[in-house]
Design a protein around this ligand. Sequence first.
Ligand SMILES: [Ca+2]
Length: 204
Amino acid sequence: MACQSAVGVPYNNNNNNININEESALQKHVAFFDRNHDGVIYPWETFQGFRAIGSGILLSFFASIFIHLFLSQKTRPGKFPSLLFPIEINNIHRGKHGSDSGAYDSEGRFVEAKFEEIFEKYGQTHGDALTYQELKAMVKGIRIPKNYGGWVGAFVEWNILYILFKDENGLLQKPTVRAAFDGTLFHQKQKQLDMMEMINKANQ
Ligand SMILES: [Ca+2]
């Protein structure tokens, strides 16, 4: 969900000129957690966002702490550190770490070829899905030597994605991963859970 202040990242495929109205895939990916749409995400919003997509209290709590400790200051260049650990969506591409899949480029734009590469290289069993073992192999395979922060970042991100979005056979499906990258997955999941709750209430 786009917030008005999340005007984008300099982006133009041809000559790198600025298009300030373009919202990057990475901005869309995180904007779900900006619950009041003011362009800044606070830890309690991340917590609420995780709860809204069906994450348990413990995982939501851990994710909020980890994400904000890791990202807050990177997204606030030149600003004095804040104990509220805000994340500024406009600068979210600055929070990108090494040892990632490369499916977001340095400006937070989605890179189709890198996304495809994940499944071509590691989706050995099903082609269009990852088993947990394949996911582990991928997270290990994309490591940059001695980039320990990136190793931890990638490990946590992919494991959270797996825990919350694996299917009934324990597979992380390609369309699910694509929707995570393009920012639509969390909205879909929230809608689905809201719908289930409505049905449950209606049946009581
Ligand atoms: Ca906010």
